[in-house]
Design a protein around this ligand. Structure first.
Ligand code: SF4
Length: 444
């Protein structure tokens, strides 16, 4: 059955920053086709659900969202597209389970979204989960305003095959984008108003490529190149794997002025036995040495991590080792989750799956320690001066929210304009944010 082509769209992204980046690129693509961005799903004729498959709950959320969209639809159902990692993992199964879905498009194929919209409007099957050799980036439109802080995907996919993870299956093999394409996109983002760029990859520090002179470069080389870009004030990168932390990247934390003192380096568990079962291909000692080396060149660096509790076979002693690593590293921030069996991953069929109540108990204990550390890190910055990039309005008139160099959320009263980089004096700290005043005013 044919239907009118949609004139407006809304992209809703779930999960990681790379999905947020893909969501922004899909929005640019649809706008370049003449569609208008709608502020809410209710107001859109095309709704793109850009999904995450990392945990059971995340995947199921897609189907409940579709149900809500269909129920709420007044005057005809909007066109529904499912994109992202659930689209890649479940493909043609999705319209079987949810017939209201018109389009299914994977993370490596969303440059074909305009054609898929036309196919769906013509009543044709609109499904594309290919992983084409040709990069989608070559056909995506020029970047447009993303705000003072923007994401830039430089690497995709993963070859690590951690036994609990779906990413190698939903995002494919590791691919590094070419040097020129990245530098050009960074320039376009700065021209569009970005002062901070976060380089993204499932394994961003695995990025490699040749520079303009044909010299082999790693992520540190790319960061040093972007450090010379006029108008760019801050560089960040995420997410890294311990095995790809090169000497050059560690050194860059010591001498690249625009590289912010923040390192997100997941360890997942503190027991070598569990790390082996996870196929993380590194042990606790090498991880701790890395942290030591980074802190040696940048003593004030904020370290962030990822943790999974309740991995199959995890004993209380293994979990105690995780707590010991957390105490030793002292995290400024960390994500922590209960193990979630993912279809098709080796860990999902492992023996000794952990009782959910035990998982809950361990997660609570871990999060209590991590929250204490995060608050401690924030309290330790009280009395310091630092630069803050103002990103958005706060709740109160004149209040602004920005990011410190250590990626803390900073509340500034009587704040300057969004997009300004201001020197502040930190006056108070809470568990999740800090309060600051403009330094000059403090000096008066
Ligand atoms: S390194 Fe990260 S993305 Fe890759 S398989 Fe492991 S957890 Fe997944």
């Amino acid at each position: 059955m044919t239907r009118p082509a949609p004139k407006s769209f809304h992209v809703k992204s779930f999960g990681c920053q790379m999905n947020a980046y893909d969501g922004a690129r899909m929005a640019e693509l649809l706008e370049a086709q003449g569609l208008t961005a709608a502020d809410s799903p209710e107001a859109a004729e095309l709704i793109v659900l850009n999904t995450c498959h990392i945990r059971e709950k995340a995947a199921e959320k897609v189907y409940s969202d579709i149900g809500r969209i269909v129920k709420r639809a007044e005057g005809g159902k909007p066109m529904i597209a499912v994109a992202g990692c659930v689209a890649q993992a479940e493909g043609a199964e999705i319209p079987h389970r949810a017939p209201a879905v018109d389009i299914v498009v994977g993370p490596q194929a969303y440059h074909n979204l305009p054609q898929l919209v036309a196919d769906a409007a013509a009543g044709k099957r609109a499904l594309d989960t290919d992983m084409p050799a040709a990069s989608k980036f070559d056909v995506l439109p020029k970047r447009r305003r993303q705000g003072p802080s923007a994401f830039l995907t430089v690497q995709e996919g993963c070859d690590k095959f951690c036994t609990y993870c779906v990413v190698p299956y939903t995002r494919g093999a590791e691919i590094s984008r070419p040097w020129r394409a990245i530098v050009d996109e960074a320039k376009a983002l700065v021209d569009a108003g970005a002062r901070e760029i976060t380089l993204l990859g499932q394994n961003v520090n695995a990025w490699s490529g040749e520079d303009e002179k044909g010299r082999a470069q790693g992520l540190d080389g790319l960061i040093r190149e972007l450090d010379t870009l006029p108008g760019l004030d801050r560089i960040r990168y995420t997410t890294s794997h311990p095995n790809d932390m090169s000497d050059g990247l560690i050194a860059a934390h010591g001498d690249v002025a625009k590289l912010m003192p923040f390192l997100h380096l997941p360890v997942q568990a503190g027991s070598d036995r569990i790390l082996k079962a996870m196929n993380r291909s590194h042990d606790v000692a090498s991880y701790l040495r890395l942290i030591e080396r980074v802190r040696a060149v940048r003593p004030d660096i904020a370290v962030s991590g990822d943790f999974i509790v309740g991995f199959p076979g995890e004993t209380e002693a293994d979990f105690e080792e995780t707590l010991a690593v957390v105490r030793q590293v002292e995290h400024a921030f960390a994500f922590s989750f209960k193990y979630s069996p993912r279809p098709g991953t080796p860990a999902a069929t492992m023996a000794e799956q952990i009782d959910p109540d035990v998982m809950d108990d361990r997660l609570q204990r871990l999060q209590a320690l991590l929250n204490e550390q995060q608050h401690g890190f924030n309290l330790a910055t009280v009395g310091k001066r630092c630069e803050v990039l103002i990103e958005r309005d706060g709740k109160r008139p004149g209040q602004r929210i920005g990011k410190s160099p250590w990626l803390q959320s900073v509340i500034v009263e009587d704040g300057p304009a969004i997009g300004e980089l201001v020197t502040v004096y930190i006056v108070a700290a809470g568990p999740n944010s800090i309060n600051a005043v403009i330094a000059e005013r403090q000096a008066a």
